[in-house]
Design a protein around this ligand. Structure first.
Ligand SMILES: Cc1cc2nc3c(=O)[nH]c(=O)nc-3n(C[C@H](O)[C@H](O)[C@H](O)COP(=O)(O)O)c2cc1C
Length: 163
């Protein structure tokens, strides 16, 4: 059975809702095992064991979150040349932008020679004041649906062997 690994970090809940929606979409595919892990709990063992990936992160200070970067720092060289060609998708939760986090993440996984299956899904929470940034987030249902569809598409592709 194929495994889809969903790795995420979230401080105020937005990214975790997106990652959970993607995992839910993927779990509709009975032929695929879905492993949903916080970045702090994911390591090289989980990366090597997976057949496809969804990486989900907030944009913080114009980059992916530190915890997400730490996940890549811990796993990058252990997985290099061992996971080439596997498919992936990206979810970004941002206050106003998100493009830099997406670019940074794409550069890293291009080094792994992973294959993107879709454009990154960037959700903007419009949090720009300190109060809004630190408040718990609720991602709109339509955006969660986009995340769910990404999970479903990745799982369907893994199950059918098209990736
Ligand atoms: C320290 C910090 C820096 C941030 N920097 C950015 C940024 O550079 N660009 C942006 O669009 N949003 C930025 N944000 C806003 C977050 O991306 C936004 O609140 C998002 O919803 C966080 O996702 P989360 O709810 O999963 O933690 C920042 C938030 C924090 C706490």
């Amino acid at each position: 059975m194929n495994t889809l690994l969903v790795v995420f970090h979230s401080m105020t809940g937005g990214t975790s809702q997106m990652a959970e929606a993607a995992a839910k979409g993927a779990r509709a595919e009975p032929e695929v095992r879905v492993c949903l892990l916080r970045a702090a709990d994911a390591g090289a063992k989980e990366v090597l064991a997976a057949d496809g990936y969804i990486f989900a992160t907030p944009e913080n200070l114009g980059a992916m979150s530190g915890m997400m970067k730490n996940f890549f720092d811990r796993t990058y060289y252990a997985a290099l040349d061992r996971i080439a060609g596997r498919p992936y998708g990206v979810l970004i939760c941002a206050g106003s932008d998100g493009e830099n986090a997406a670019r940074q993440l794409a550069r890293i996984v291009t080094g792994w020679r992973l294959k993107p299956v879709a454009e990154p899904i960037i959700v903007c929470t419009h949090a720009q004041t300190p109060e809004a940034i630190l408040a718990p987030k609720q991602v709109p249902a339509a955006d969660l649906e986009r995340a769910r569809e990404l999970g479903a598409a990745l799982a369907a592709g893994l199950a059918s062997g098209i990736f």
